[in-house]
Design a protein around this ligand. Structure first.
Ligand code: PSU
Ligand code: MN
Length: 305
């Protein structure tokens, strides 16, 4: 039975009813994470990659107050081009639904809606986490608390160094979230394959990842799984290069007095500007790569049930 407040596309509804693999996708990455029109092209392309790899894509967003699971091309265009799309984390969900607004969902709220729909695998670019200076600002993304409670595996390219990577890993440990690096011993840092932090766990095949998901939830341990998939070597921006860009962006943000929910979108946009588009190219490449892995994990998870 579909939750009465959700609207699924027929494609997603039928796949879930048949137990076929479905992969959730978030929409903040479209509305607030990349510039137009590259964002819309990325969103359409990633859906196609998931179909080509044997799963059904379900991009999640809120349109006119209705949580949507699966969107058509017009919906993706609206999310990418309209200026009145609210960035919706979990705390914003009731407001945007009750007020009948358009909203782009973050990792946290996408996880929550995916779980309500019965989807267990979710592909994105980067996770939110503990912001640098959080010991003063207390800015810790709700993505982390959601990972502590909601049963969805999230495929990302790790955590970028706009955040405090070490503290983010500590917080995930506290919350009981398995953090798995895919095919590597080091936790990746989004633009770079390295971060200087060892990954808490390593797995090398989609079947092993699906096995970990099943073991976690069969044991009754609620919450997510972080699957950190390093950016392909050919698309990587060396840490030394991107670190300077990130430092500049953080400096500019402080100068402009930006904080709270605007911090991450500001930094992502500023990094694209300072890197003259190089960060955007890398960002799109790593999302493609995550889509291939997420589809494979969803296939393995569905096959074993
Ligand atoms: N990191 C990215 N791209 C993104 C985001 C993070 O590289 O688009 C978005 C995701 O939607 C993530 C959100 O859930 O930012 C985190 O925002 P905050 O730090 O305000 O919780
Ligand atoms: Mn925040």
């Amino acid at each position: 039975m579909t939750h009465p407040m959700l609207r699924l596309t027929d494609e997603v509804h039928d796949a879930l009813a048949d137990g076929r693999p479905v992969v959730a996708l978030e929409s903040t990455i479209i509305s607030h994470g990349m510039p137009y029109p590259e964002n819309v092209a990325m969103a359409n392309e990633v859906e196609q990659i998931i179909r080509d790899n044997g799963a059904v894509p379900a991009t999640i967003a809120i349109l006119d107050g209705v949580p949507r699971v699966g969107l058509d091309a017009d919906g993706l265009e609206l999310l990418g081009s309209d200026d009145n799309i609210t960035k919706v984390s979990v705390r914003d969900l009731p407001y945007v639904v009750a007020q009948g607004l358009h909203g782009a969902t973050t990792v946290a709220s996408t996880m929550r809606l995916a779980a309500l729909a019965g989807i267990r695998v979710f592909v994105t670019g980067g996770l939110g986490g503990v912001h640098r200076g959080a010991e003063q600002s207390m800015d810790v993304s709700a993505d982390l608390t959601e990972l502590g409670t909601t049963d969805v595996a999230v495929v990302s390219a790790g955590v970028k160094s706009i955040l405090d990577i070490g503290l983010t890993l500590e917080k995930l440990e506290t919350l009981g979230v398995p953090v798995v690096a895919y095919g590597t011993d080091e936790f990746p840092s989004f633009f770079s394959r390295s971060s200087g932090f060892a990954a808490p766990m390593r797995l090398d095949t989609p079947a092993e990842v699906a096995g970990l998901m099943r073991a976690k939830w069969d044991l009754g341990i609620h919450g997510g799984v972080v699957l950190a998939n390093p950016i392909p070597a050919a698309d990587e921006i060396p840490a030394a290069e991107i670190d300077g860009v990130i430092s500049q962006a953080l400096h500019d943000m402080e100068g402009e007095g930006i904080h709270g929910k605007d911090a991450t979108p500001y930094l992502l946009n500023r990094i694209v500007e300072i890197s003259q588009g190089a960060s955007l190219t890398a960002n799109i490449a790593l999302v493609r790569n995550n889509a291939v892995l997420g589809a494979a994990v969803a296939r393995e998870y569905a096959a074993a049930r």
